[in-house]
Design a protein. Structure first.
Length: 345
């Protein structure tokens, strides 16, 4: 990240001001690790008001997804720098979560519009018993179902609920499409198609879990790494940054699930594979309904009301479970408690 200083009436304090800010630098950098540092600029303006004996610091951070600012006045340079750094960190976390929510909403809306447009054609194929035509039309809209299936299978395998490799995400997608064809005319009228497809996936996962005996962790081979995301090339387009920041084709990260929780240095010292394993194990220890609610909300952008329909529960219970799941993950992985905050806020 490029950092630019301006000093007003305090030229002799340049070195000490920079040294104080450098102590906060690593924290800010960690919060911005998904951004290209060459495209992030921080402008710091420090004032000393001699007539009233107080300090003023203004920080303006320019990111590809927006501009953030923090400002404070205090009696000492040390205090004003510490407070502005903390305020800027909070603004970064808030901004990333808002941008993420907007991105998930737009992605979900686009997927839903496309699937809804295909709905009448799917219905016509069912009415005429055209199975292959139905499958060929539906398959391009199954990405979110496959992603969710892959995450659930990884967790069920690593905690020993299902034998590794016995069922694949593609197998589950095929099962869901067959069920969708067979049950299309009887599907609940109040459910959007994408919500209904996820519901069918959960039904199939429940069936697999109920008929299986647990297996030992030592019997499970290492999981293969996912292929990395290849982003669009136009770095001037905001869509490039939204995809770069939030479209997750690689391993699941804690930032995906608890965006307002800062990762500790101890966590960052772990390899990506160690982080992935610990996160999956922690997710596997959550109650199933909590884990499913958290993943559907945080990664797929489903509203809590839609998750309640999928899980056949009250929305208030879903909201509480998402918050509790985040608290448990933060406590287990970082040893900290999350502030009480509704997942829909």
């Amino acid at each position: 990240m490029k950092t630019h200083w301006v000093f007003n009436n305090c030229e002799e304090h340049k070195q000490s001001a920079r040294a104080l800010w450098d102590k906060k630098h690593d924290r800010i950098e960690r919060l911005l690790k998904r951004y290209d540092p060459e495209l992030c600029e921080l402008h710091l303006t420090l004032y000393y008001h001699e007539n009233r004996n107080f300090w003023e610091l203004r920080a303006v951070l320019y990111l590809p997804t927006g501009t953030l600012a923090a400002h404070e006045t205090k009696g000492t340079m040390h205090d004003v720098i510490n407070i502005v750094a903390d305020e800027l960190a909070r603004e970064i976390k808030r901004h990333k979560e808002l941008v993420r929510k907007d991105y998930l909403y737009r992605r979900r809306r686009k997927q839903r519009q496309n699937l809804s447009a295909a709905g009448p054609l799917l219905g016509a194929d069912v009415a005429r018993n055209r199975r292959e035509a139905f499958f060929n039309l539906l398959r391009p809209y199954m990405k979110s179902v496959r992603d969710h299936a892959e995450r659930e299978l990884s967790i069920l395998e690593i905690n020993g609920t299902l034998p590794a490799g016995e069922v694949t995400a593609d197998d589950l997608v095929d099962d869901v499409m067959v069920r969708a064809f067979e049950q299309f005319e009887d599907r609940p009228a109040h459910l959007e198609l994408d919500v209904w497809l996820i519901d069918l996936l959960h039904q199939r996962l429940d069936e697999l879990v109920k008929k299986r005996e647990p297996v030992l962790l030592s019997d499970i081979p290492p999981l293969a790494e996912d292929e990395p995301l290849t982003p669009p090339e136009d770095v001037d387009e905001q869509a490039f940054w939204l995809s770069r920041l939030f479209e997750r084709e690689g391993p699941l990260t804690i930032e995906d699930l608890i965006p307002d929780c800062e990762e500790t240095e101890a966590w960052e010292s772990l390899s990506k594979e160690e982080q992935k394993e610990r996160l999956q194990q922690a997710l596997g220890r959550l109650p199933v309904v909590q884990r499913e609610a958290l993943l559907l909300h945080a990664l797929e952008g489903f509203e809590t009301s839609e998750i309640a329909m999928i899980q056949d529960r009250d929305e208030a219970d879903v909201v509480a479970d998402i918050q509790q799941a985040r608290q448990k993950l933060a406590e287990e992985l970082f040893g900290v408690s999350q502030a009480e905050e509704s997942p829909t806020s």
